[in-house]
Write a protein that binds this ligand. Structure first.
Ligand code: HEM
Length: 275
């Protein structure tokens, strides 16, 4: 049996370690190509795209998006072929090519560091601190709603200014599709379960047991992106504090006040018995 360091890719062929379930999750091996896109890396890690992330084309991406995330064929075509056109590269490409700065890749990402000045390619490995800060934006700690994503985007764009309108639109679109694919309704709220998002962003893995529940189409993705835009404008207009972790600080402060009130009450009631 071949080892992960052999010249043939262990996970690429049907005679590989994953032959019993071709969509099992396997992390990339040495020499595999990966991108700054969690969605595409996840598809490669599950074998919906070539596991080595190489020799990709528009039709291969389209097929992977339809199979892995159940995107409608219109949305998959727009994303895959639009992406290839923006990349401006002739012939097949590797996932790593997508990290080319200022093509599709842009600054102010939610999970990745910005490209260093004068670098042609942006970092690919997710930054765990940024991911934690992003997840902290979920107000109730469980569901990442449109409002939470909007707050996260306002914060990141304030930290890394200079996105042009088109890049800002792409950045909103990325999370609009994710909200469409993974979004769930819990009582009165709709959003992505924070645990799902953590797994997807940090391990580039589909959440355990997750299967697409519907076909995600272009019109609803555009609608969610518009909602994100409007919510971002509202947050900016209201001058909301968008720094991550402030929800936690508020909860801690309220807890502190509650305990203090209890202690004071106990002290007065206790001491009044002796008067
Ligand atoms: C199901 C479809 C897709 C979803 C849900 C999705 C989602 C995302 C998300 C959430 C990010 C942001 C990561 C971050 O902020 O750090 C991202 C980044 C990116 N995506 Fe995708 N994506 C999809 C398809 C595609 C396609 C088809 C392409 C190209 C052909 C692509 C190229 C990129 C690139 C280059 C980035 C890096 C942008 C940056 O600098 O943050 N994505 N994607």
């Amino acid at each position: 049996m071949s080892t992960p360091t052999s010249l043939t890719h262990d996970n690429a062929s049907s005679s590989s370690a994953v032959e019993h379930d071709s969509h099992e999750w396997h992390p990339p091996q040495a020499g595999d190509s990966r991108s700054p896109c969690p969605a595409l890396n996840t598809l490669a890690n599950h074998g919906f795209l070539p596991r080595d992330g190489k020799q990709l084309t528009g039709p291969i991406l389209t097929h992977g998006l339809e199979q892995g995330y159940s995107l409608s064929s219109a949305l998959a075509h727009v994303l895959a072929n639009g992406g290839v056109a923006l990349l401006g590269q002739f012939g097949a490409f590797d996932l790593n090519d997508l990290a080319r700065h200022n093509r599709i890749e842009h600054n102010a990402s939610l999970a990745h560091d910005d490209a260093k000045p004068r670098d042609e390619y942006a970092p690919i490995a997710p930054n765990s601190k940024l991911i934690t800060q992003f997840l902290e934006q979920a107000k109730d700690g469980r569901l990442m709603t449109v409002e939470d994503v909007a707050r996260a985007r306002v914060w990141r764009e304030s930290q890394c200014p200079g996105l042009n309108a088109f890049q800002a639109e792409i950045a909103r679109g990325e999370m609009a599709i994710a909200l469409g694919i993974f979004g769930q309704r819990n009582s009165d709220k709709e959003g992505i379960p924070v645990d799902f998002l953590r797994t997807w962003l940090s391990e580039e893995r589909l959440p355990d047991g997750w299967k697409p529940t519907h076909t995600q189409g272009l019109p609803e993705t555009i609608r969610t992106s518009r909602k994100l835009f409007n919510e971002m404008k509202r947050i900016e207009k209201d001058g909301e504090n968008t720094a991550p972790g402030r929800q936690r600080v508020m909860v801690d402060a309220m807890l502190f006040m509650f305990v203090l009130a209890l202690c004071v009450g106990y002290f007065f009631i206790g001491s009044s018995k002796f008067v």
